[in-house]
Design a protein around this ligand. Structure first.
Ligand code: SF4
Length: 168
């Protein structure tokens, strides 16, 4: 059975992908010891998909039935086209979620995301203490993350805590 959502056909099946996680860049200002992404950014940056290519991926995934979009990385805010991608995601009918360390999440960008139709921001805190957050990420980013939280005046910013489990 086919349904229409914002003009995009989606087949309702038990096997359709419901969630598209777009790892939009490998680049990241943090240096987590457990990071699984490549760190030779120069090589991979040349091969990053363009804005138009990502929008085509979003369209294709919607045709397959994806409903939710995760915009992740690396650190997605290192790209300056996230606002454009958010607008397109809204037009396509996605529930969209920006997954970010908060580094680069300015008041201006938050406003643009709201206006563009972003549904949710997931801020990765890595730890609730400054000492452990900075240790895990190998950066002094705890205060920056707290600042990005205070930039947001509405309760749509949620906080995920990622921990590296030494027993694994
Ligand atoms: S924030 Fe994520 S992408 Fe960035 S270094 Fe840490 S684990 Fe890797």
């Amino acid at each position: 059975m086919a349904i229409q959502n914002n003009g995009v056909a989606a087949s309702v099946t038990h096997t359709q992908p419901l969630w598209l996680l777009a790892e939009i860049t490998y680049r990241c200002p943090l240096h987590c010891a457990f990071c699984y992404n490549p760190t030779d950014y120069d090589k991979h940056t040349q091969n990053e998909l363009s804005t138009e290519q990502w929008i085509n991926v979003l369209r294709d995934a919607r045709k397959l039935g994806a409903l939710q979009l995760g915009i992740s990385g690396g650190e997605p805010l290192l790209r300056d086209d996230i606002e454009e991608i958010v607008i397109e995601a809204k037009k396509l009918g996605y529930y969209s979620n920006l997954i970010t360390s908060g580094v680069g999440l300015t008041e201006k960008r938050i406003q643009a995301f709201k206006e563009g139709g972003l549904d949710h921001i997931q801020l990765s805190m890595h730890d609730i203490t400054e000492e452990i957050n900075n240790f895990i990420t190998n950066t002094k980013t705890f205060e920056l993350k707290k600042k990005s939280r205070s930039n947001d005046q509405e309760p749509w910013l949620s906080y995920g805590t990622q921990r590296c489990d030494p027993s694994l």
